[in-house]
Design a protein around this ligand. Structure first.
Ligand SMILES: C[S@@+](CC[C@H](N)C(=O)[O-])C[C@H]1O[C@@H](n2cnc3c(N)ncnc32)[C@H](O)[C@@H]1O
Length: 441
């Protein structure tokens, strides 16, 4: 797998190991590729014996610092910028309700395509956009209808023509957060408050996060389990990091996956900005990998029931679960003696097609299966019954006659080939030599 020159590496570490890790990473990446260190305030140490240890660190390195984007911007910044200026503009500029409605409608028509991906209210509400229009999260349909009482007069406020953009529970939260701006009385449509802090253009070097958030997120996903994992990272921290340095279909690798926070953060971000970032999570302990890492990402993607039994909608997306086997090749690139036909067959099939051989398919003939109209064959380990050295692993006329037929293009992996080019063309065969043409990624 090639790593992009602009690739970024984040390593999270506590105070104890911070100094050693920094020396190690300086050595690996080079000091000139150190981008910086982020600090996040974890749990409060309420009872410090001397100095309270409350911070953790995220060391950031680039493979090549010259190749990374000059200025990191939040994934949603371009749209956020517009929302901010427009949101503020509406609040400040238009005192008259009708004028405001007309200006908003004009603006909305102009920018709706950019707003569309942000159908999740959590992201659009930060825009401070005036709330009096159709439900953006539900295009083409009416917004929500319910009463919001004016705090002074106690009467229901004038509802937007197309209903409120938010479901009542979101409105309750916005009211509790004091993000709803009321007019002098109930006749004025309500507005949403804009916080400038929602629009950070730069990746902050200091995050204030309560470390317990991570634990609570796991509890929410695994109500049946008392203590599923110690010290999972808060999803918000990882979201923040990857939102600044990735986009489109970038690949995110977390080789110490633990509870799978990185997977959930990636899915959350993809849903927010409609990108297709991919992730690889690696977890060493089988029990954690199956019961927690994979299960968490599955629940986050597909939805789950929380402790109250409420159905929580999934973020969408998915993943494939793979297990690492023994290495197939030795230091010289030769296939190890211990590798059996089935193991090599699965590897060959995957490298040729990009797809795993279906688990239930036990490879016990040279024909491994067909993918997108191409039949994949492997001659190895005397699969045709000849156990002599290289026996049956070389493609000859006799061996070809013994192969299970496939009516279409064929790719045959073998130790050698004694068939002429014309014969191969007529038979629709592409020959690949084991092991040299087996891709090792
Ligand atoms: C500190 S936890 C990661 C926490 C994670 N960021 C989260 O939010 O849950 C480190 C995890 O890496 C796993 N691990 C340790 N060494 C590993 C290795 N060499 N390869 C893969 N996983 C490893 C451990 O089993 C543990 O689950």
């Amino acid at each position: 797998m090639s790593i992009k020159p602009g690739a970024i590496h984040f390593a999270s570490i506590d105070e104890v190991e911070f100094a050693s890790l920094r020396i190690l990473l300086d050595e690996i990446f080079g000091v000139t590729n150190r981008v910086g260190t982020l600090v996040w305030k974890n749990a409060t140490d309420n009872n410090p014996t001397n100095i309270a240890i409350e911070h953790e660190y995220v060391l950031c390195y680039a493979r090549n610092k010259q190749k990374i984007a000059k200025e990191w911007k939040s994934a949603n910044l371009s749209v956020k910028d517009k929302l901010l200026s427009v949101g503020q503009g509406f609040v400040e500029k238009f005192k008259d309700q009708e004028e405001m409605q007309a200006a908003y409608s004009k603006w909305f028509r102009e920018y709706k395509n950019q707003l569309w991906p942000f159908e999740d209210y959590k992201f659009i509400d930060k825009g401070g956009v005036y709330t009096g229009m159709r439900a953006v999260h539900n295009p083409g349909k009416e917004g929500y209808r319910y009463d919001v009482l004016h705090p002074e007069t106690g009467k229901p406020c004038t509802q937007p023509m197309m209903g409120y953009r938010f479901p009542p529970e979101t409105m309750d939260q916005l009211l509790a957060d004091k993000r709803i701006l009321f007019g002098p009385d109930e006749k004025k449509l309500i507005e949403l408050k804009v916080y400038a802090k929602d629009y950070r253009a730069k990746l902050s070097s200091l995050f204030e996060l309560d470390g317990r958030v991570g634990t609570n997120e796991i509890k929410e996903l695994f109500p049946e389990s008392k203590r599923a994992f110690d010290f999972p990272k808060p999803t918000g921290l990882i979201e923040e990091l990857i939102s600044f340095v990735t986009t489109s279909d970038d690949l995110i690798l977390d080789s110490f996956a633990g509870s799978g926070t990185t997977g959930q953060a990636t899915l959350t971000l993809n849903r927010a900005d409609r990108q297709q970032r991919r992730f690889i999570l690696i977890e060493m302990k089988p029990s954690i990998a199956t019961d927690l890492t994979a299960e968490r990402v599955r629940r986050a993607a597909q939805g789950y029931a929380n402790a109250k039994g409420e159905k929580i909608e999934g973020l969408g997306g998915g993943f494939r679960y793979c297990e690492l086997g023994e290495p197939l090749f030795d230091e010289q690139g030769k296939i190890r003696d211990s590798v059996n036909f089935g193991e090599l067959a699965r590897h060959v099939y995957f490298t040729e097609t990009g797809e795993p051989l279906p688990r239930e398919r036990v490879p016990n003939t040279p024909f491994l299966g067909a993918c997108r109209g191409v039949g994949i064959y492997l001659l190895y380990n005397g699969i045709l019954g000849d156990k002599s050295a290289n026996g049956g692993n070389v493609l000859t006329r006799a061996i070809l006659a013994k192969l299970p037929p496939y009516d279409g293009q064929k790719v045959i992996y073998c130790a050698g080939c004694l068939l002429g080019r014309d014969r191969l063309r007529v038979e629709g065969i592409v020959v690949r030599q084991t092991p040299y043409e087996i891709k090792v990624s």
